[in-house]
Structure formats: structure tokens, C-alpha cells
Design a protein around this ligand. Structure first.
Ligand code: ZN
Length: 277
């Protein structure tokens, strides 16, 4: 009995270039849902053809209700809605044989990363044990904590480099080439789907030779916020350390606890966001 976990984000999917797509209030959001579902279905096709018995999909974008269950093939389960304790990693545990990320995007600060960000608009950088990471590295390491290898990611060309830096054995399908943060040279979705299906199949057959991402203990998340009051309020959390004016760090021997504390810091920081001036 083989089991696959998919975390599906939206910004890195085919066809998507700016907030008109990624924001549920945006003009092109419904189109974006179709693009996201198309990329996801290609991955599901790849997994099912390659023999995965059980597949769990976690909807990982914005309000996390972007995917409609009836659009997915029979036998696939979907975690929909939020707020979820483990956010983009909700549902992961040590029973899975592999993890796959669809439609992921680069971390904040990459000039050609399409809609590049790290979890929220409040965050300028996340360093995991001194290394700058994006959502792929953070959620991929949660899978690694459970001994589950991240075997496949889809997204833009900037993300491909980010993933190579994590582990060059992880399979990748390119969806577009970023021109700026809000513009891209798009590949035709049909071409992208073919590529995703093919690479996912290869990744699944190859899953046993791809090592889970490992983070040494103690695990430290250092979060650089956009505004100093965000760092100030995070100091209310026991065990936090002020690194500099904008940066707060939290450290724990256990990755899962450090990851959840990191998510908690984001919520607390957001509560003191300065209104537009
Ligand atoms: Zn997203």
C-alpha cells in the first residue's frame, strides 16, 4: 500500500502572473482555480499511472478552499479549508512514501520570482538554521521530519534553482519563466501538464532513492518582519530571541514544535500590522 501527499499552492501554477489571479477577490481568480486544478490533475494522473495507491491532497493557498473535490479523480482525498494547525503541511505524517508540491513559488526578495513571498506579506526573510528558505524548504523539511522525501515540485524557473539548492535529486516541472515579480513568460498549460505528468511518474518510481530533507537539531527559525512592531509583539512568546530590529528567532530541538511556533509568530505579528498611511 503506497501513499502520496500533495500540497497544492496556486502562485506557481501555469497561467498565473499576479494578484488578480491569486487573490480570491481578484478579477481572474476563477480562471486561476481552473489553472491550479489543471496542474494538480496532471500530477494525480502521473501518480495514479505510476501506481500510487492512496493520495491525499492539501489545498494550501490563501483561504485553502480553491480546489473542488468533484474536479479530482475518484479515490483522491482533499483537505480543504482553514485555519489548519500545520497549514501547508496539514495532513503530513510518517505513513506517506513521498511528498509532492504543486504550484509552489520562490521566497520573498527574488526579483524574477512570480508572486514571490514567504507565507505572508509581513515576512521579508525566513532563515532555517541560518539558511534562507521559502515555503518549499519549510514544508519540505516538515515532510523530512516524518522521514518522507520531497520528490517533486512544480513552479517557475526561479523556484527550480531554489529546489536544486535543497536537494538536486528532487524532480521539477517548469510552469513559466518569471520576468518580474508580477509578469512571466507563460508556457502553454497543455505542455506544462504533459511535463508534470511525466516528471511525477519518474519521481514516484524513483522515490526510494531521494533522501528526505534533514534539519539538524536544535532547529531555529529566524523571521525578519517588515515592521518593527511585529518583532516587538513576537517577544511576548516564551523562548523567542531578538536577533535585530526586525528579526525574531525561535528555537526548539523538535522540528514540528519549531515549525508550529514559527506559524504562531506570523499570526501574532499580523495582528499589529500598520494600517496604510
Ligand atoms: Zn499561495
Amino acid at each position: 500500500m503506497s501513499k502520496a501527499f500533495i500540497s497544492c499552492d496556486l502562485e506557481g501554477c501555469s497561467g498565473i502572473v499576479n494578484y488578480q489571479f491569486s487573490n480570491p477577490e481578484g478579477k481572474f481568480y476563477q480562471q486561476a482555480q481552473a489553472y491550479m486544478t489543471g496542474d494538480l490533475k496532471a500530477a494525480l494522473q502521473g501518480l495514479q499511472s505510476a501506481g500510487a495507491d492512496e493520495i491525499l491532497v492539501n489545498d494550501s493557498h490563501w483561504n485553502m478552499t480553491n480546489i473542488r473535490i468533484e474536479d479530482l479523480p475518484l479515490g483522491v482525498n482533499l483537505i480543504s479549508g482553514g485555519t489548519k494547525l500545520d497549514s501547508m503541511g496539514e495532513g503530513l505524517d510518517d505513513t506517506f512514501d513521498a511528498a509532492l508540491f504543486i504550484g509552489y513559488h520562490p521566497f520573498w526578495g527574488e526579483p524574477q520570482g512570480v508572486i514571490a513571498h514567504t507565507y505572508s506579506g509581513d515576512v521579508m526573510e525566513v532563515r532555517l538554521n541560518e539558511r534562507t528558505v521559502g515555503e518549499s524548504g519549510i514544508v519540505g523539511s516538515l515532510a523530512g521530519y516524518y522521514g518522507v522525501p520531497l520528490i517533486f515540485v512544480s513552479g517557475d524557473t526561479v523556484l527550480r534553482e531554489e529546489i536544486r539548492g535543497l536537494n538536486p535529486d528532487i524532480h521539477f516541472a517548469v510552469t513559466k519563466e518569471g520576468r518580474t515579480r508580477l509578469a512571466a513568460r507563460l508556457y502553454h498549460p497543455d505542455d506544462v501538464h504533459q511535463q508534470i505528468e511525466k516528471e511525477v511518474g519518474k519521481a514516484w518510481r524513483n522515490r526510494r532513492s531521494i533522501k528526505p530533507l534533514a534539519v539538524s537539531s536544535p532547529v531555529e527559525f529566524a523571521v525578519k518582519f517588515k515592521e518593527t512592531p511585529m518583532a516587538d509583539i513576537c517577544m511576548r512568546v516564551p523562548g523567542t530571541r531578538r536577533v535585530d530590529n526586525l528579526t525574531v528567532a525561535y528555537s526548539h530541538k523538535d522540528y514540528l514544535i519549531a515549525y508550529r511556533a514559527f506559524l504562531a509568530l506570523l499570526y501574532i505579528a499580523n495582528s499589529v500590522k500598520t494600517p496604510p498611511m
